[in-house]
Design a protein around this ligand. Structure first.
Ligand code: AMP
Ligand code: FE
Ligand code: FE
Ligand code: ZN
Length: 288
């Protein structure tokens, strides 16, 4: 039977709501063979994953990271970096700057929102794990707790999306910069949900050409934010640029409706990815 591989999930180290042990427990209980944990703009989950791996002998664990990027024309792109070997190299430099920008940005957005929806930054911080990556989902949690919105999704739809008047822009690396950093640090890069529209602009397939030249490995095709037409576009682009095909849930615990294992990475993509990476998956015996 084909391996069940869900390579893109989030823990409370960024904007998921499960702790790492809870996340691995659930991944195991839903019958996944391999789970990837890719918290946003941080390596904060990597050490604990290594510590936890022996307690989950039947679960392959892919340590990864999801870097928020922006193209020169202002399109938001999320880049997944897997099996990065050096966590003190180029990627860590991007992370350091992103974390500083995230704090400033979230402070500003909270201050702007508080005019219409009374809230303080300390209240937002209650939803961020110690040392975790702060983001708009935590502001959403605080707004929900105050009763202004029923859930995170509604808070994003009404006030936290890119077109909102409360939105504050922040610096982010370009996808090409992020791909180069991931590759230089020994990792493998996949663009997450490339054609998901949300409320921002959509990536043009042609822009994948320079990302491929920078060392991009693959594209997430099977993702709930992709319409059937988006999947077709992504499959065609993967074919045109010689990129591997992935799929994933993008599970965030109770922070989003996405369910573990609802979309999967083909087994051949994982084998290719591991071959290309210089780092190793945890519990790699599950695939041998
Ligand atoms: P930030 O990292 O602060 O830019 O916030 C982006 C994060 O917000 C993404 O990683 C998503 O997990 C989350 N997000 C974006 N749009 C939505 C939405 N419509 N509903 C719930 N969460 C969302
Ligand atoms: Fe997220
Ligand atoms: Fe994403
Ligand atoms: Zn994600």
């Amino acid at each position: 039977m084909a391996l069940r591989i869900d390579p893109h999930t989030h823990s409370a180290v960024s904007d998921g709501t499960d702790s790492l042990p809870e996340l691995l427990e659930k991944a195991s209980a839903t019958g996944l063979d391999v789970v990837g944990v890719v918290d946003h703009d941080t390596f904060g989950h990597w050490q604990e994953l290594q510590r936890l791996a022996p307690a989950f002998r039947d679960l392959g664990i892919l340590p990864g990271i999801e870097l928020s990027c922006e193209t020169q024309t202002g399109v938001g792109v999320h880049l997944l970096g897997y099996l990065i070997k050096r966590t003190d190299g180029q990627v860590s430099r991007i992370i350091a700057r992103a974390q500083r920008e995230r704090v400033q940005r979230l402070r500003k957005m909270t201050a702007m929102m508080s005019v219409d929806f009374p809230i303080t930054y300390d209240e937002v911080l209650r939803y961020v794990s110690p040392g975790g990556t702060p983001g708009r989902p935590h502001l959403a949690d605080a707004l929900v707790e105050k009763g202004y919105f029923p859930n995170r999704s509604d808070a994003f739809d009404k006030v936290l999306n890119r077109r909102s008047r409360y939105y504050v822009h922040r610096w982010a690396p370009t996808p090409v910069e992020a791909i180069r950093a991931v590759v230089e640090d020994g990792g493998v890069a996949i663009v997450a949900h490339p054609f998901a529209a949300r409320k921002g602009k959509k990536l043009s397939p042609a822009s994948l050409s320079e990302m491929r030249d920078a060392g991009l490995f693959g594209l997430e095709v099977y993702h709930r934010d992709h319409t059937p037409a988006d999947r077709e576009t992504a499959l065609a682009a993967a074919d045109q640029y010689g990129l591997a095909i992935s799929g994933a849930s993008d599970y965030h615990g109770s922070g989003k409706p996405n369910l573990l294992g609802e979309n999967l990475m083909p087994e051949e993509t994982l084998l290719k990815l591991i071959k290309q990476a210089s780092g190793k998956m945890l519990n790699s015996h599950v695939i041998s």
